[in-house]
Ligand binder design. Structure first.
Ligand SMILES: Nc1nc2c(ncn2[C@@H]2O[C@H](COP(=O)(O)OP(=O)(O)OP(=O)(O)O)[C@@H](O)[C@H]2O)c(=O)[nH]1
Length: 298
């Protein structure tokens, strides 16, 4: 309890306040995709709901939960290579205790995707014997790794059961919103099994700022939607509360120094000079530098 009070005091010292309000990022393609996903879900034999292993609750699309929970479903906690393994194992136990089939994955690792395919095969065991065609849908919020997962599934499946169709690749990218249409990939014949890649969809309005900040930090929401400076401050407050060895006062001091350095640079060379300069290895200082660079260019 005393530890928590100390952590709260430290956060207070940093003067971080997420602020209230909702986070709205619901471009036209997302509204259309949400409707199309609901339609196709009716036909799906299995749904792989991809969530981010670092934020498995905040990365759930709450609007889709009622329909997803009525389907044969696997929860795939993606980007496990970026998550804290101890905390992630606690999440896996939590979902298991809620009777949900849950697995953590790294979409770029064959062994990890093979485990997921094994679980999918188990869940589809009876349907594989009965149905001539099966449909697996991959859904989730933007940038969570759906297309990367589809490409790995496609590659692995094709090495096991070569399909005559030309191999298509889903487009993978570091920013949210790359996939804008539903696309199907055939991964087996007899029965024919298709995997559907879907655009990442969020709820039209994320009800609290902290969820929005978590989604922005993990890449599901564009930084500009919640504000770069707010994201940087939120990250720093988390690092501080988790006792990551950072010293806020030293950072503030460094910020003042950088301000002075920027002011002393001439307008044209400020961005390049700062980018070239070797700053302290700390990511947090890097965040501060980025924020100052963007300010100097406003
Ligand atoms: N470290 C790591 N990176 C991953 C993993 N899966 C995907 N990525 C990366 O995350 C980014 C987003 O991956 P995508 O497959 O494009 O994500 P998406 O869910 O299809 O994104 P949308 O098109 O926005 O719906 C890419 O830079 C991928 O390389 C993973 O398991 N671990």
């Amino acid at each position: 309890m005393r530890g928590l009070t100390r952590a709260a005091k430290r956060a207070g010292e940093m003067a971080f306040n997420a602020g209230g309000g909702t986070v709205n990022w619901f471009p036209g393609h997302m509204a259309a995709a949400s409707r199309a996903i609901r339609d196709r879900l009716k036909l799906a034999d299995l749904v792989i709901e991809v969530r981010d292993a670092r934020i498995p609750l905040s990365s759930a699309n709450e609007d889709l939960q009622p329909v997803l929970s009525a389907k044969r479903r696997i929860l795939a906690l993606s980007k496990k290579d970026l998550a804290n393994p101890n905390i992630m194992n606690r999440w896996l136990n939590h979902f298991e205790s809620c009777k949900k089939d849950c697995i953590s994955i790294n979409a770029h690792s064959s062994s990890s995707v093979n485990q997921l395919l094994g679980l999918a095969e188990l869940k589809l065991k009876e349907a594989i014997l009965k149905e001539p065609t099966l449909l697996i849908m991959v859904v989730g919020v933007p940038n969570v790794g759906k297309s990367a997962l589809i490409n790995s599934i496609h590659r692995i499946a094709n090495s096991r059961f070569p399909v005559n169709d030309k191999i298509k690749r889903a487009t993978v990218g570091p920013l949210p919103g790359v996939t804008q249409d539903i696309a199907g990939y055939k991964i087996a014949s007899q029965p024919s099994i298709y995997v559907l890649d879907t655009p990442g969809v969020l709820v039209p309005s994320i009800p609290d700022m902290e969820t929005g900040l978590k989604l922005a930090l993990t890449g599901a929401v564009k930084d500009s939607v919640v504000g770069e400076e707010r994201i940087a401050k939120y990250l720093l407050s988390i690092l501080n509360i988790r006792k990551t060895p950072l010293h806020w006062e030293r950072l503030l001091h460094r910020r003042e120094e950088l301000h002075e350095e920027i002011c002393s640079l001439n307008e044209n060379d400020s961005r390049d000079s700062l980018r070239r300069r070797r700053v302290n290895n700390s990511d947090a200082v890097y965040v501060q530098v980025l924020s100052l660079i963007s300010k100097s260019n406003e």
